[in-house]
Every structure is written in structure tokens, then in C-alpha cells.
Design a protein around this ligand. Structure first.
Ligand code: URA
Length: 429
């Protein structure tokens, strides 16, 4: 039996004391955890020590590189096109990947979006697209390269071979209260994105009540940490800090969000979704060497819609088929007249999840039609009795708990709240 070069308990003690781990220690730790020598309770103790005491920039980089080295690394070099990817830290009603990938691809740039399913209150891109009749999330690497070459955009399931150490660690963090930690989130996200082989990457880092990080400053630090990790690894990376105080757009839930995305691709859609889609597209195209490209024009003239249809059809989807609609609906009406002053993202996300739009366990199914359709947003004037939002589900027994989540999550007052622009800051290396 090979002799292990380090003692796991020593490494735990080092982090417990707030000291830094050496590069060789981190390399060994990640490898030994992936092969099962370091056990889950030991890794949980380390994750908690990191959560409490943090990591130096060099340690975060080492952790990221070690997690990349735990699995395969993809390459899009044979495509002969610039590749650019987008990653969002997740938010309520965040359907931006759907219009964004075909929009950017309509400029001749390749957009490989390796995505996941939703867990908890943030929806998964694959769950949304699976509400389109026939659409398949899982395709082979060869097929992915073919679609990228022919259409330019592909949104598909990430293979399990990318950063397996992160997969194991993320699942452990999820059950040990160690998710909301900048070094661990940054290394987790960036190990997968760098292993994916994209040439450039734009991060949409959320702040506000529906975001991972509790404050604007913490979201900014997360963004800067990830931008530095990407650029250090040779991936041109920048980030936009974007508002997640209120749900994005007017829909939360799988088919409802596809419908709204198609409205954006048709040149319409809610102003916040359009604005964020165009800002992220501009940033992606800038990194891809096309600073003068005009994504708003490509939404208006149908180029992005053409690419969307080809992208959906390349994965077996019928882009013209009607989207599923929930069997039951419940309308919440305004109890008084005034101005909507509050609409907190997180409780609305939880309500949509309770209606069946999301899952509690990885193996649970989701309802395609479930979710919430918003009829008003903060700042809108409302009249007593007017519909505020419609709850959708196939199972009416779910309405009660969804309504409980919305209790206290919104308010009608007299003065419109002040709201800044959705994109608050751009972070570069
Ligand atoms: N998403 C990830 O992939 N990892 C995290 O740690 C948090 C969000």
C-alpha cells in the first residue's frame, strides 16, 4: 500500500488555526478525497474551518487547479471559432441563458453552455428547456461539437467527468452548512468552467435577497475572486454585478420562463430581462473581440430567434410546439390600492419551488407548467382587487404552502421604491 505523504488531521488543524495550506498539501487533499482516502467527516471539518477562517488567494488558486486536475479537461480548439461562456450565480426567474446563448452565437461566436438542473429555490436551465416537446439535455461530446460548429450555441448537460472532486465536495457542503463561503464557491464554479475549455467567460454575479451572498460587498468580493482565478488560468474573464433583490422578469418556473425568453427573442419581453440579456451579450462579444457588435439589433431583427430555433431543433426539440400549461391556477389580488413597494426574490423563488417548479432532492421530477406569473413589479400602481400574481401548479394541494411563503414577502404602500439599474458594476482582472 502506498504511503500517504500527509496526515489529514494535521491539515484540518492547520486550517482550524487559520494558517495556510501548502500547494502540495492541497493537491494531495483533493486527490485523496476524490479517491476516498480522506473521508467525508474529515472533509466536512476542513470545509467548516475554511468557512470560518477563509483562504489566501494562492490557496484558492491551488484548490481550483487541483479540482480541475481531478477530472477531464475539454477543448474547443478544433472548432476554429472563438468560444465564450456565461455563468450566473443563480437567481429567481433567471432565464437569461435561454435568449443569451443564441443571441451571442448569431454573431459567429461559439457559445457552449454546459448547464445543470435546479436544486432548491433557483431553477435549472435544463429543467426549463425540457419543457419544450422533444428537447434532449444529454448529447455526446461529438454531437455537441457538431451543433457548435453548425449552429454556434449549445445548451446541454455537463458530463460527470468535469471536476469530479467538486461534485463530491459540493454535495458535502450542501449538507454541512458550508455553501456560502467565497473561497469554496469561487473554486467550485471556476474549476468547472475552466475544465470546460472555454476561451472567455462572463460571470453574472448576483447581489440582493435572492443571491448567495448576503451583502453587495461580499458579492463583489466573490466576483473579483472568480475573475482573478479565470484570468490567472488563461481564460479571459469578467463579471457583471447584477440586482437580485426582486425576481427577474415576470415569470418564475420552467415553461413560463421559456415563454418569456421567446418573447425576448421576438424583440419584446420585460425591460429588466432584455436589459440584462443585452448587457451580458455586449460583455461576451467584447471578450470575443467584437466590441462594436449590436446585440439589441439582433433581437429586433430576428437573427437571434433564427439561431434559437436551430439550437432547439438540433437537440430534438420542437420550437413551434405549444408549451405545457399547469392544470390549476390561483390568482392573488391586491387587498388595497397604492404602489407595489416590495417583492422579495427569495420567498417568490421558494413559492414557485413549492408549487412544483423545483425539486428538493436531485432525483425528484419537476412540473413543467408550475410557477408564478407576476402581473406587477415594484413601482407599479395597483388598484384594490387587481390581479398581482397567478400561481400555477398541477396539484392544488400545493397552493397553501406556496401562499405561506409569500406572506410578508410583498407590500403595497404609497411611494414607489428607488431602484438602481439592474447591472450595477463591471469587474475586470
Ligand atoms: N454553484 C456551484 O457550482 N458551486 C458552488 O459552490 C455554489 C454554486
Amino acid at each position: 500500500m502506498a504511503v500517504e505523504p500527509f496526515d489529514t488531521v494535521d491539515l484540518i488543524r492547520t486550517k482550524r488555526s487559520g494558517d495556510a495550506l501548502a500547494t502540495a498539501e492541497i493537491d494531495w487533499l483533493v486527490d485523496a478525497y476524490t479517491r476516498g482516502y480522506v473521508e467525508d467527516p474529515q472533509m466536512a471539518a476542513l470545509a467548516m474551518a475554511i468557512f470560518l477562517n477563509g483562504m489566501e488567494r494562492r490557496e484558492i488558486k491551488d484548490l481550483t487547479l487541483a479540482m480541475i486536475a481531478s477530472g477531464e479537461r475539454m477543448s474547443f480548439g478544433s472548432l476554429g471559432k472563438t468560444t465564450v461562456d456565461k455563468h450566473s450565480t443563480g437567481g429567481v426567474g433567471d432565464k437569461i441563458t435561454l435568449p443569451l446563448a443564441p443571441l451571442v452565437a448569431s454573431f459567429g461566436v461559439a457559445v457552449p453552455q454546459l448547464s445543470g438542473r435546479g436544486l432548491g429555490h433557483t431553477g435549472g436551465t435544463l429543467d426549463k428547456l425540457e419543457s419544450i416537446a422533444g428537447w434532449q439535455a444529454s448529447i455526446s461530446n461529438d454531437r455537441m461539437m457538431q451543433v457548435l460548429s453548425d449552429v454556434g450555441a449549445v445548451i446541454c448537460a455537463a458530463g460527470s467527468g468535469l471536476a469530479p472532486a467538486d461534485k463530491k465536495l459540493y454535495a458535502l457542503r450542501d449538507t454541512t452548512g458550508t455553501v456560502e463561503c467565497i473561497p469554496l464557491i469561487a473554486s467550485s464554479i471556476m474549476s468547472k468552467k475552466i475544465a470546460e475549455g472555454t476561451g472567455a467567460l462572463v460571470l453574472d454575479v448576483k447581489f440582493g435577497s435572492g443571491a448567495f451572498m448576503p451583502t453587495y460587498e461580499a458579492s463583489k468580493e466573490l466576483a473579483q475572486t472568480m475573475v482573478d482565478l479565470g484570468n490567472d488560468a488563461g481564460v479571459a474573464t469578467s463579471a457583471l454585478l447584477t440586482d437580485m433583490e426582486v425576481p427577474l422578469g415576470m415569470t418564475i418556473g420552467n415553461a413560463l420562463e421559456v415563454r418569456e425568453s421567446v418573447e425576448v427573442l421576438a424583440g419584446g419581453g420585460p425591460a429588466d430581462v432584455v436589459s440584462l440579456t443585452v448587457s451580458l451579450a455586449e460583455e461576451m462579444l467584447r471578450l470575443a473581440g467584437l466590441p462594436d457588435a449590436d446585440p439589441a439589433a439582433a433581437l429586433a431583427d430576428g437573427r437571434a430567434m433564427d439561431t434559437w430555433r436551430r439550437m432547439i431543433e438540433a437537440q430534438g426539440g420542437d420550437a413551434s410546439a405549444p408549451l405545457p400549461v399547469s392544470r390549476e391556477q390561483h390568482v392573488v389580488t391586491a387587498p388595497s390600492s397604492g404602489v407595489l413597494t416590495e417583492q422579495q426574490a427569495l420567498p417568490f423563488g421558494i413559492a414557485a419551488w413549492r408549487l412544483g417548479a423545483g425539486r428538493a432532492r436531485a432525483q425528484d421530477p419537476v412540473q413543467a407548467g408550475a410557477g408564478i406569473e407576476l402581473h406587477v413589479k415594484p413601482g407599479d400602481t395597483v388598484t384594490a382587487g387587481q390581479p398581482l400574481w397567478t400561481l400555477h401548479t398541477d396539484e392544488p394541494a400545493r397552493f397553501e404552502r406556496a401562499l405561506e411563503s409569500l406572506d410578508g414577502a410583498w407590500a403595497i404602500g404609497t411611494t414607489a421604491p428607488e431602484r438602481g439599474p439592474i447591472v450595477r458594476e463591471r469587474i475586470t482582472g
